[in-house]
Design a protein around this ligand. Sequence first.
Ligand code: AMP
Ligand code: MG
Length: 486
Amino acid sequence: MRFKQDFFEQLDGFYSQAYPQGISNPHWLGWSDAAAKLIGLDKPNHELLMQLSANAAAPGASYYAQVYSGHQFGGYTPRLGDGRSIILGEAIGPDGAWDVALKGGGPTPYSRHGDGRAVMRSAVREFLVSEALAALSVPTTRALAVIGSDLPVWRESQETAAITVRLAKSHIRFGHFEYFCYSEKGAPDKLTQLLNFTITQHFPHLTTDAAGYKQWFVEVVQLTAKMIAHWQAVGFAHGVMNTDNMSIVGDTFDFGPFAFLDTFKESFICNHSDHDGRYAFGQQPGIGLWNLKRLAQALPPIIASDDLIAALNTYQPSLVNHYVSLMREKLGLSTDSDLDNAEQEKQDLAFISQFTVMLENNQLDYTNSLRKIGTIDISSQHSLLRDDMLDVHQFDSWFQAYQSRVGQVSDVAAWQHERNQHNPKYILRNYLAQEAIIDIEEKADNSKLLQLQQLLTRPFDEQPEMNDFAKRPPQWGQGLVMSCSS
Ligand code: AMP
Ligand code: MG
């Protein structure tokens, strides 16, 4: 790893130095070749294992924890910061630099009452989901590796510690701006310094003046809208959309009790502690805007209110636009029609929503139902999807509209193949992650984890020997709710 230290060198006062503490008996549980390539690494080796488990210093690393605050479940916490994630610096890769962070690397000045550690189950889940989302083209932070240990940690019971090695284009969160707006150190100069750094590093096509600031916020709004459109289209629930978990570059960030939908349900809640369903699957688009408003509230010292409001007003149309275009690819709705774009989008959104309502009414699996689109011969009345419906009359009337919306398909096989490129067969179902975790816990066997990881790097490909991994969860794995303790 070759590091540069731009954040560390340019943003003194925005972090504390924090040295990670090694975990005992470290061993690779998982390694991502694809993530490794991003920072110019190839295969894992012993030297890297020692460095990334904090048992040896990484040459060129600076080791620091960033300070930020955030709105958690609607209420403002004035000071959070990296309580268990220590950044080594920005590793230089062939197409840009990536922050390398040891999540679970030990206590920092921001640990409050926590131990600075991550338990194996949560480290494994973050590793798997980061790489699974990337393979689905969902904007996300990445995970280079997950390292197991025999270091005991206490949650509800005794567990073992692990480290996820996270790669992020940026660790700057909405909460960074909130912190420097509201803390006593605040004042516009710190905010401006942070914003200038953000723009120079991550929005280099923009200028660091009033015009650039205004456009920057428009882009943050739209990147966030795009990320959430992806979540809704792929059926992903983040679970803890606090503003300290919202990345300024629009990547899915800081995984906790996330889940992919099995059965489609708007009100699906994946987080055991989310009693009111604040972060339920169907709430995510609205919460994205709520979070952007919290970010906007921290910016008036440097961006005019009218400009902030104008940018916020682009959120909903932008989200709908991305969502509809992703769903069109899934359903095979082409757009070269006579209707004007806005009218077509409105009609398609209504049509897509009829589809998801039908899935919900029939308690169908979201991923598997969409995958069946790739078996449809649009000219034929019969389809595998129809067989799944209880109310076939409702389905038939929807299907008739679908047939006329799709129109003539000259090459059915090519059309079906195209659908399969947009509707994954394999997703990281909670029960699959759970099975991999149980094998590690009970048998020290990570082969299921490796198998799952391999599978999810090619989520759109038929892998017949892996068909079982596409099944709906067994009884025990239905509606698994994850705890926040991680
Ligand atoms: P999260 O819900 O993981 O995004 O964490 C929220 C805040 O709590 C962040 O500031 C974390 O750094 C901190 N935190 C979570 N778990 C721990 C832990 N085990 N030790 C110290 N800080 C923690
Ligand atoms: Mg967090």
